[in-house]
Design a protein around this ligand. Sequence first.
Ligand code: TMP
Length: 211
Amino acid sequence: MKRGVFIVFEGIEGSGKSTQAQLLADALERKGVNVDFSREPGGSEVAERIREVLLDSELEEMHPRTELLLYLAARAEHVAKRIRRKLFADKAVVISDRYTLSTLAYQAGGRELDTKRVARLCKFASGGLEPDLTVLVDLDVKEAFTRLDRPHDRLEQAGKEFHEKVREAYLYFARRAPRKIRVFNGAKEKMMLHEEIKQVVLNLLTSKGML
Ligand code: TMP
């Protein structure tokens, strides 16, 4: 085995992706799997500091290019300082709550930056490291927003129309790469959805000789 397995959770705010990512990490740990779970933006000291700037609702509006580059700066740190080591040295199952597909959905889809350029910069930031599987938890924007009870941060304040574009972009990219990006119905009951996702992941880990 050359490397561990890299799994990413994606979806709009309120879709339940973070809950599902945590449930999966816990379930795999209970099975004795070596799991590393982190989130983006974040996952390393510098990246967590960049996160504070990105999500601070007190700050003035950021230019979309500034925002893009900060997300990518955080990603470069996360990949270089954490993900690569966990994946290649520890051969762990690395679970990241958000990754490149978030940048394509939010900055290209939502903020309407040029998709090809965003994709190229994403590749530069990650050094080309791609997930083995992306779990897209899809949910209607209206329903997702009713689930959000925490104080809204800067991006959540961006409004329904923006998030509709983000959701559409997610689904567009999923249609283009159906084997790498699997879409799950976020409206399903939490534990039922967890079982579905877990089954797909267990099959993947078995096929990679990790179980
Ligand atoms: P979360 O903690 O709810 O996942 O919030 C992270 C926010 O950052 C969310 O609004 C999506 C946004 N985001 C981007 O816009 N681009 C990115 O590349 C990443 C990783 C996150």
